[in-house]
Design a protein around this ligand. Structure first.
Ligand SMILES: [Mg+2]
Length: 218
């Protein structure tokens, strides 16, 4: 069997990482007179919209009256340092060790700039587990395009019917991987929904082993 993981929101706790980075950037770049919580909320919101990072900081600059040279320094700092704030979801390391112990080959298939995603993977301590890393930035193709999934499968030497995709996004991860014939595990602890293209729902990585065993026993 082969396991293909999304990164952000699946193994990387993006929201917590963004909050920690925002707090530090508020202290570093902005007068401490301003409201840090308001900045943190906007920072998280802007970074969760699919848009270039330059646009994120342009929007933050206009909302919080940030001077152009500070805005440029903030963008540079974010690109160079965000990975230092990266946090894993609980249980991810145990899950990766379990899969490696089972002899499973693992890929990471992620939307984002190559250097940025790879820095995060390293900082999260996950680089050693991934046999293959595919980023949309390096391929110039984003999920949900099947091309990026097929590129990962091909590099792994896998076929879709012996592969499992684990991701948090229904449109970008679950629907396209199911269409290609993979088994799907949806990382979600908020929604009661379970669309037909989701085989298993995972609300915490403590459930991973049981789900994997259910899949491989078939
Ligand atoms: Mg994601």
């Amino acid at each position: 069997m082969y396991a293909l993981f999304d990164l952000d929101g699946t193994v990387h706790d993006k929201t917590q990482s963004l909050k920690a980075c925002a707090e530090s950037m508020h202290n570093k770049f902005l007068d401490s007179g301003g409201d840090a919580n308001q900045f943190i909320d906007e920072f998280v919101k802007e970074n969760c919209i699919i848009q270039p990072k330059a646009k994120v900081f342009e929007n933050l600059a206009s909302k919080f009256n940030i001077e152009p040279d500070i805005e440029a320094n903030m963008l540079k700092y974010f690109d160079e340092s965000f990975h230092n704030y990266s946090k894993r979801f609980d249980g991810v390391l145990e899950c990766m060790n379990y899969l490696k112990g089972e002899g499973v080959k693992i890929a990471c298939v992620t939307n984002g700039r190559g250097f940025f995603q790879r820095n995060k993977i390293k900082a999260l301590g996950l680089e050693c587990f991934f046999d293959v890393i595919v980023t949309s930035g390096e391929l110039s193709i984003k999920k949900p395009d099947p091309i990026i999934f097929n590129a990962a499968l091909e590099t792994l030497g896998a076929s879709s019917d012996n592969s499992v995709f684990i991701g948090d996004n229904l449109k970008a991860d679950m629907e396209p991987s199911k269409k290609l014939g993979m088994r799907t595990i949806w990382v979600n602890n908020k929604s009661d929904l379970k669309p037909e293209f989701v085989d298993y729902k995972l609300s915490s990585f403590s459930e991973f082993r049981g789900i994997w065993q259910a899949i491989t026993r078939r």
